[in-house]
Ligand binder design. Structure first.
Ligand code: PHE
Length: 343
């Protein structure tokens, strides 16, 4: 006995339509929509299978076999199409041309002055110094008065700067952070303070109106000049090499007493004299000294109980000495031909 023509026709139609829809779907989303439409729980094929129950019992096996066969073919087509779609290149982007030469990646690098700052701070970190920061816009109090520099005193001219408003200026050194740290922390204090400073200086081979400094400050009971000297010599050995010698020259700073300028033997000539050290054999690396009692008084430390040392160095000048760079302006021009040498 033949199954009712009507159900068989429906089955054939569903299979044909389903196969066409699967074949023409252009994306996995479209393919899924076709699966739901023809094989889903309320899809065409499921509907036919449900209606099978109403067919005469004798016809059911034939109809059932035909339905299962249609389902198998649709499922096989679905799988095949899914594999093809996953493998196919996206239609929105042209396929990559693997024979094309690669585009060169642009590598960044750390600026030579930044590298010197990091290295210096690391050496002091090993000695127990924390790395801290302070504001570049500073008040007259911190830039001058707390550091024992009366505003009318001629010494203030050494740190002449740019004013932003009445009493507010661009700091001309990192020393104001000494006062800020001591005001907010009890001894012992050991800090290094890298940061930008500003001065009314000409922009020439050895000066920049905006430049980096690193301040150092150590305060505790019983710190003496010997500890200070030892620390600086240790730093010079670590940074410039074991054979570099140091020299302390008497100097004047209102916030240290005694004060010293520290020189290191020139790395280019080893102390014989060359163009880098202007024939002297020495490179000046920092201003320094024992913290003046007046500074301790300004921040509320007992000068009878505490002593300490402070220093300030210019990492750009130190980088010049180390790499044999003749002109400080090279650091600030952003010329990649220069900077790329330090990567
Ligand atoms: N602040 C001084 C300067 O800018 C350097 C210095 C720092 C000197 C600390 C002594 C102690 O020249």
């Amino acid at each position: 006995m033949t199954p009712p023509v009507q159900l068989l026709d429906t089955l054939t139609r569903i299979e044909e339509e389903g196969l066409a829809a699967i074949e023409s779907s252009g994306s996995l989303d479209e393919l899924e929509a076709a699966r739901i439409r023809y094989l889903g729980r309320s899809g065409g094929l499921t509907d036919v299978l449900r209606r099978l129950g109403q067919a005469p019992a004798a016809q059911r096996p034939v109809l059932g076999a035909a339905a299962n066969e249609a389902k198998r073919r649709l499922q096989a087509a679905l799988e095949e199409r899914a594999v093809a779609l996953k493998r196919a290149p996206s239609t929105t982007r042209p396929p990559a041309d693997l024979t094309m030469p690669g585009r060169r990646a642009c590598w960044g690098g750390v600026h030579p002055v930044t590298r010197v700052i990091d290295e210096i701070c690391e050496i002091f970190r090993e000695l127990g110094f924390s790395r801290v920061r302070g504001p570049e816009a500073e008040t007259e109090w911190y830039n001058f008065e707390a550091l024992n520099i009366p505003l009318e005193h001629p010494a203030a001219d050494m740190w002449d700067t740019f004013y932003l408003a009445d009493g507010v200026l661009l700091r001309s050194h990192t020393s104001p952070v000494q006062a800020r740290i001591m005001e907010t922390h009890d001894p012992p204090v050991r800090v290094v303070v890298p940061g930008m400073c500003y001065r009314r200086d000409p922009f020439d081979a050895t000066h920049a109106p905006a430049f980096e400094q690193i301040e150092g400050l150590a305060v505790d009971e019983g710190i003496d000049f010997v500890e200070f000297r030892f620390t600086i010599e240790h730093f010079v050995h670590r940074f410039f090499g074991k054979h570099t010698r140091t020299r302390f020259r008497p100097a004047y700073f209102p916030f240290t007493e005694p004060s010293a300028e520290v020189d290191a033997t020139c790395g280019s000539c080893g102390g014989d004299g060359c163009s880098t050290c202007k024939g002297t054999g020495w490179i000046e690396i920092m201003g320094s000294g024992m913290v003046h009692p007046a500074v301790f008084e300004a921040v509320g430390y007992d000068p009878e109980r505490y002593t300490g040392y402070a220093f300030g160095m210019g990492p750009a000048r130190i980088a010049m000495a180390r790499y044999g760079i003749p002109d400080i302006r090279l650091f600030y021009e952003g010329d990649l031909r220069f900077l790329e040498q330090f990567r």
